[in-house]
Write a protein of this length. Structure first.
Length: 181
């Protein structure tokens, strides 16, 4: 039976990881994969805050803890562009671990040549980065427009954050080990 690690990433604590987790668990079940590990990361894929958890993923892959890493889409792994996304894919391959994507089936297409898979990953990674850049620019533009109308952006000077925040003891990520006995 194929052992799979699920990789789920959300950007903020206010988002819910259960939608991604449920979708990924159902996908694994339909394919008769055994979920050995779930990596749930709360970090931006753009700023690189997810790198410590990626390193844990690579360590587990190198240890042979699973055969595949399953993701919903490549943007869940990285929005840092072509080089970084291809580096993740190549490192997993070097450990003998495949990468499968629910929304981008070409990632695991065995009949395609590795060069074709690399090309498609590169195109998708470039698109993901461009989309992230567009979102960032639209946000900054909206903030500039609001400031020009006299709106306060962010907390007023001297105020404190009164919203109760979730705290995770493991710095924004969790890794669940599962073993069926």
């Amino acid at each position: 039976m194929t052992r799979v690690a699920l990789w789920v990433r959300i950007s903020t604590e206010e988002q819910n990881d259960e939608n991604q987790l449920q979708t990924m668990r159902e996908w694994a079940e339909r394919r008769d994969w055994t979920i050995s590990t779930e990596f749930v990361v709360v970090a931006s894929a753009w700023r690189g805050n997810h790198h410590p958890e990626l390193n844990r993923l690579f360590d587990a892959a190198n240890s042979g803890d699973f055969d595949l890493v399953a993701i919903r889409d490549l943007a869940r792994m990285s929005r840092e562009g072509i080089w970084h996304t291809l580096d993740i894919w190549r490192r997993l391959q070097a450990f003998g671990v495949g990468l499968v994507s629910l929304q981008e089936p070409f990632v695991q297409e065995l009949s395609a040549s590795p060069a074709m898979v690399e090309l498609l990953i590169a195109i998708t990674a470039a698109t993901n980065r461009a989309r992230s850049d567009q979102i960032s620019e639209a946000t900054k533009s909206g903030m500039r427009a609001a400031r020009s109308r006299g709106s306060q952006i962010g907390r007023p000077p001297g105020s404190k954050d009164s919203k109760k925040r979730k705290q995770r003891s493991d710095a924004g990520s969790r890794r669940l080990n599962r073993s069926k006995q």
